[in-house]
Design a binder for this molecule. Structure first.
Ligand SMILES: [Zn+2]
Length: 386
């Protein structure tokens, strides 16, 4: 048994969790009675969901014209045993499709009769962006900058507030599924604020998945939920606008491993090398505009000074080479495309550990603070409310 499991078991305080799972020990990744759903029915969005049943409910934001509402499906799987309420959200950015399929597979694979706790799954949070094939809301705002929202603000902040109070507040933990933004791709990875012990413990339960320390953007669902006492991570995988089988397979396997680790399910997924690997990261930007061609692949390990790619000016044919500023691993990168000076092209991860991150003060700039690929423009007409 791994040392962290032993440590977690030693700190076990809730008898309810122990009873919940038989063969897999229910490691108390989530502590505290607030994290647990007792046996029996639960109530969400005005509907009772009896124990041992699965229901499709709908959430509507209220931030639309009467007659033009877009109901968002919310699946509630209420298990028979006690346990946490795990929320699984996807497509907060409407063009990020991999997470939709991960959520569908995970929800479809759960046997609600056998489930401990409950799962709330929202495969397409930004359904209007999804219909239009865009990351943004109809008012061109990025929903993931407005959580936890405000009932009196802009359409985006009202929508965020409605979703946060009606759905997210019911969660004991949350996984928000994303992809790289706008012609960028990400290695499957958990992003989490490793300075928070409960979040840090959660990152150990996704199997052999890369974990990237990141505090998260202000206004992101992950950060707002974590600040509201709900340990949350984002799970990034692949590119927007595509459904990628390898990425989806990794994502579904990782989430199912977490469900098992929380003692909620009994299906164990096999990982050859079950250890997560921890990274801090920095973006490498291009200093010249032109056409970017990469020499490295996603997930590749690079040495300091190694060639990452070349930017060629399409008119003058001048070439500018981009070199790795440090040794590390390519955790995210731009696809080959036309770039402008300052464009964030490669996200290079350098090894770290949760204990190392927890020792750093919050003020220390250890990362690019923007979560969802900071170079992505927010098409905002006015700045988000403070
Ligand atoms: Zn996203």
């Amino acid at each position: 048994m791994k040392h962290w499991v032993t440590a977690l078991l030693a700190s076990l305080t809730l008898a309810a969790v122990v009873q919940a799972a038989e063969p897999p020990p229910a490691a108390p990744i989530l502590e505290g009675s607030e994290a647990l759903k007792p046996k029996g029915r639960m109530r969400l969005l005005g509907t009772e969901v009896p124990a041992g049943t699965k229901k499709k409910l709908t959430w509507t934001s209220g931030a639309a014209m009467e007659g033009f509402v877009s109901p968002v499906p919310v699946f509630v799987l209420n298990g028979k045993g006690p346990g946490p309420v795990l929320c699984l959200t996807a497509a907060v950015h409407g063009d990020e499709l991999n997470g939709i399929e991960v959520a569908r597979r995970v929800l479809d694979d759960i046997d609600v009769e056998e489930l401990n706790g409950a799962v709330i799954g929202v495969p397409i949070v930004n359904i209007q962006g999804f219909y239009r094939g865009t990351r943004y809301l109809p008012d061109r705002r990025d929903l993931n900058r407005y959580f936890p929202g405000n009932p009196k603000g802009s359409a985006a902040t009202r929508m965020a507030h409605s979703f946060f109070t009606e759905v997210v507040k019911h969660c004991s933990a949350l996984i928000d599924l994303h992809t790289g933004s706008l012609n960028r791709t990400n290695l499957p990875q958990v992003r989490a604020n490793l300075r928070l012990p409960q979040v840090s413990r959660m990152t150990k339960a996704f199997g052999a998945t890369v974990v990237l320390h990141s505090v998260g953007d202000r206004g992101s669902l992950r950060r707002a939920a974590t600040e509201a006492g709900i340990p949350s991570v984002t799970f990034e995988m692949g590119e927007p606008m595509r459904v990628q089988s390898e990425q989806v397979e990794h994502g579904a396997k990782a989430v199912e491993t977490l469900l098992y680790s929380l003692g909620m399910t009994k299906q164990r997924r096999y990982w050859g090398d079950p250890e997560p690997v921890y990274y801090a990261s920095k973006w490498v930007r291009v200093d010249h505009g032109g056409i970017l061609f990469s020499d490295v692949a996603l997930g590749e390990r690079v040495s300091e000074g190694e060639l990452l790619g070349v930017v060629t000016d399409p008119i003058s044919s001048q070439q500018h080479r981009i070199y790795a500023p440090t040794s590390g691993r390519v955790l995210g990168m731009a696809l080959n495309q036309v770039v402008l000076p300052g464009f964030a092209a490669y996200r290079i991860g350098t090894s770290t550990s949760p204990s190392k991150m927890s020792k750093q003060s919050a003020e220390e700039p250890t990362e690019d603070s923007r979560e969802d690929d900071e170079a992505a423009p927010t098409e905002e007409a006015d700045p988000p409310p403070g």
